[in-house]
Design a protein around this ligand. Structure first.
Ligand SMILES: [Zn+2]
Ligand SMILES: [Zn+2]
Length: 104
């Protein structure tokens, strides 16, 4: 129980319930102030794979194994990802299933 915390609706004393304060009278709930917010995941966000707009047949092909279907040939193109601090990345498009992935 946090002293001095009262329900803004009915002014009853709020009770601690996990990381929330609960009013037992009217059911009002509020997050406890100062409770650390769920930590933001530090892993890099999903890598974006741009859609290639244009004729795939104009793209160069290379021998690379498609992670989706196992085909061993894919078109490839270079593209800057949205994150400006990333270098230009090579992207592949499977010639068989059109699966897209990026080179890491
Ligand atoms: Zn209340
Ligand atoms: Zn494929």
């Amino acid at each position: 129980m946090v002293p001095g915390m009262f329900c803004p609706k009915c002014h009853s004393l709020l009770y601690r319930d996990g990381d929330e304060l609960l009013c037992r009278k009217c059911g009002y709930r509020t997050k406890v102030k100062g409770t650390p917010v769920k930590r933001i995941e530090t892993r890099p966000k999903e890598k974006e794979i741009p859609v290639f707009e244009g004729n795939l047949d104009t793209l160069p092909k290379t021998k690379v194994t498609c992670p989706a279907c196992g085909n061993d040939e894919a078109w490839w193109f270079m593209r800057q990802t949205r994150a400006a601090d990333e270098p230009t990345t090579r992207f592949y498009i499977c010639t068989k299933c059109k699966h897209r992935w990026r080179e890491y």
